[in-house]
Design a protein around this ligand. Structure first.
Ligand code: FFO
Ligand code: GTP
Ligand code: MG
Length: 548
């Protein structure tokens, strides 16, 4: 490939004014073309030596004085001969120099990603490392930079290899038994357990895709809640500047606002939204519709509750977020001391008011809650009640706080059916519900709701920490392997093939097992690039910018 490929050229730096601008050539004619612009450079320059040279036009008139760098293939980024002209960073000057390199028809402009593509095709880097190059260029948070840098150093490559190599060995063993049953006798004995172990490894990598996505594109967090709760004030505090309008008139925020912050290296896009209420004006209603739409697409929704919100109302607002994980916070805590939370009331009445079609926006009057005290199973504290009502994850109804309607039926019979969505990130609650299974240890109290005041700043740092741990859990975002959707897809296909191989090892012939292992290997080859199709490679490198 090296000798046959045409020589390519592109601007390697951004096409705006900068201190230095680099024109990069790769291919067999790189040195010849480079020396036309820099005739003072010797015909056989020392590789990797920086020559100070005049760059000249077709008539020998000096256009710039810059550095000339030669890398002799294969010891270069692309594996081909590479020349760099490091000029002053004037956009017009660089265009003149670029046009000069094209003049004799010895070089053509590079397509997006073509330098890195050649590095891949010439075996300098594998596909996951090439993708890490693109991730690094696109990274806009410290964690994204660090995770991509780890990928460039081969972190993901290593883990894929740790999967691919034992799988290849297994395949060889199975084929050995199939083709030379006498010599290779017994080599397939532990095939099932080997397949199982490798599948677990593949699943572990797949599980990191969610974190990879969070690091790569940042987390999305929306403030929401009733009008006038103090959402915009809190948003401004978290962003660190007065971005959103604040006023004591309910319905101040109409359109969603967004701001980008970086917390502990994790990129976070924060949204402020129009407050929710039942009878808004026309424009405000549009804003509320937008709030709902936005809530469905964020990683975490922060429900800001004004002082003295009843548990029932809080639950009703929470339902506005649908399946998106919700963190409730008690807002305006500077005044909340004077207005303690409305006493806990029965969960029973809350459920009564839930129409099947959705969620009433008007809080119910307190008079409806009076049955609470009479209910023998009523949760004792608002926290317990909340644990019961927060979105079900496991489908297990807590034994000691069974919620029933008047007919005595459990009110959440279908929880497990719609609960799957919540398992992803509703991290703080599932264990408490799980432990409510009979015989399990008693339910630990859920963590208290963060109390914040956007006005005084009280509790805002603590809220940020809670948000981060809800988004991320323990560990550091920069330590994650950047498993992309593409990687996860290939890994999923590998895992499925391994799962079929496992059942086949009990039920079917060795040919079938070996065939499935081969399919898994093929899928893994798409990660490293050893079995990537031309179309896949095209798709990957087209995402790169020109000159990369
Ligand atoms: N000026 C400049 N800076 C740059 C690049 C470049 O192309 N030009 N890079 C472009 O993305 C990155 C550096 N990546 C590079 C990777 C490999 C080789 C290289 O010459 N590799 C040889 C020799 C290795 C060695 O001596 O250790 C090889 O792999 O055989 C060069 C740059 C970032 N900075
Ligand atoms: N005491 C106190 N007042 C607050 C606090 N946060 C906001 N306020 C006041 O409450 C009123 C509403 O604040 P906003 O931040 O505009 O409330 P919002 O939830 O964005 O309201 P909408 O956009 O209308 O839904 C303003 O008068 C704020 O000054 C707080 O933490 N403590
Ligand atoms: Mg607002």
């Amino acid at each position: 490939m090296t000798s046959a490929s045409p020589t390519i050229v592109a601007l390697a730096t951004a096409p705006t004014a900068g201190a230095v601008g680099i024109i990069r050539l790769s291919g067999p004619a790189a040195l010849e073309v480079g020396r036309r612009l820099a005739p003072g450079v010797p015909p056989s320059p020392t590789p990797r030596h920086a020559y100070l040279a005049s760059f000249v036009d077709a008539h020998g008139r000096v256009l710039d004085e810059g550095l000339f760098l030669y890398f002799r293939g294969p010891a270069s980024f692309t594996g081909e001969d590479v020349v760099e002209l490091q000029a002053h960073g004037g956009p017009r000057l660089l265009r003149l120099l670029l046009e000069r390199t094209l003049e004799e028809g010895l070089a053509r402009l590079a397509t997006p990603g073509e330098f890195t593509r050649r590095a891949f095709l010439n075996g300098r880097i594998d596909l996951t490392r090439a993708e890490a190059v693109a991730d690094l260029v696109a990274a806009d948070s410290e964690s994204a930079v660090r995770a991509a840098a780890a990928g460039l150093s081969g972190a993901l490559t290593g883990r894929v290899r740790a999967l691919e190599e034992p799988l290849r060995d297994l395949h060889a063993d199975l084929e050995g038994v199939l083709n030379f049953p006498d010599e290779a006798e017994g080599a397939d004995e532990d095939a099932a357990s080997r397949v199982q172990a490798l599948r677990a490894q593949a699943e572990a990598l797949i599980a990191e895709a969610g974190q990879g996505r969070l690091v790569r594109r940042g987390a999305r967090v929306a403030m929401f809640g009733p009008v006038n709760a103090g959402k915009s004030t809190l948003f401004n505090r978290l962003v660190g500047e007065q971005r959103a309008l604040v006023d004591d008139e309910p319905g101040t925020t109409r359109d969603a606002l967004e701001a980008r912050v970086e917390w502990n290296g994790l990129g976070v896009t924060l949204f402020d939204t129009a407050g929710l209420r039942e009878t808004p004006g026309r424009v405000e209603a549009l804003g509320i519709a937008r709030t709902r739409e936005l809530l469905s697409g964020v990683d975490l929704a922060v429900l800001v509750l004004p002082p003295a919100t009843s548990v029932e109302d809080a639950e009703r607002w929470r339902d506005e977020a649908g399946s998106t994980p919700v963190l409730m916070v008690d807002g305006k805590c500077d005044v909340a001391a004077a207005h303690p939370l409305v006493p806990a009331t029965s969960a029973q009445t809350t459920e009564h008011k839930h129409g099947a079609d959705g969620t009433p926006l008007v809080p119910m009057v307190d008079g409806e809650h009076d049955v609470a005290a009479a209910h023998p199973h009523a949760p004792a504290t608002p926290d317990q009640q909340r644990a019961e009502h927060s979105h079900e994850v496991t489908g297990v109804t807590p034994m000691h706080t069974v919620t029933t309607d008047s007919s005595g039926h459990s009110l959440r019979p279908g929880a497990s059916a719609h609960g799957a969505e919540h398992t992803r990130a509703d991290v703080s609650t599932p264990s408490s519900r799980k432990s409510a299974v009979p015989g399990a240890s008693p339910t630990p109290p859920p963590p208290p709701r963060p109390r914040v005041s956007g006005l005084t700043g009280e509790g805002v740092d603590a809220l940020r920490d809670v948000l981060l741990s809800r988004l991320w859990g323990a560990g550091t975002p920069s330590a994650v392997a950047l498993v992309s959707e593409r990687h996860a897809d290939a890994l999923r296909r590998a895992s499925e093939a391994l799962s079929r191989a496992e059942s086949a090892s009990h039920l079917s012939t060795l040919e079938v097992v070996s065939g499935e292992v081969a399919i898994a290997l093929e899928a893994l080859g798409e990660l490293s690039g050893t079995s990537a199709s031309e179309a896949l490679i095209d798709a990957i490198f087209q995402r790169f910018c020109i000159g990369k």
